[in-house]
Design a protein around this ligand. Sequence first.
Ligand code: FES
Length: 129
Amino acid sequence: MYSEKVMEHFMNPRFVGEISDADGIGTEGNPVCGDIMRIFIKVDAENRIADIKFKTFGCGAAIATSDMVCEMVLGKTLDEALQITNATVAQALDGLPPNKLHCSNLAADALHKAIADFKERQATIETGA
Ligand code: FES
């Protein structure tokens, strides 16, 4: 059984989409089922996540965790966002069925990759490489 929060985020996701001029993009695949999630972030001058969107080719739990991750980190600093783990996302959704826990792995990992991508781009700009 899914919690009400999972159902709400699955039925009415608020962060579905793409950011064409994203500052960072993270893609994560789930080796268990082959589903894929992509997260796009915009980062402001204070290193806060000013905008975030996701595209998920996956199950309902993957969509709900994607949406929850976006909600949790919007407006947060990158350091705060990096504290988010797969477990905290699942907790925020009031848990996931045991056979769906692997689905929550995508969300935090894709977010971390998007932040890493942003930092790499910054380093490239700074070094002029
Ligand atoms: Fe693939 Fe859930 S079954 S992410």
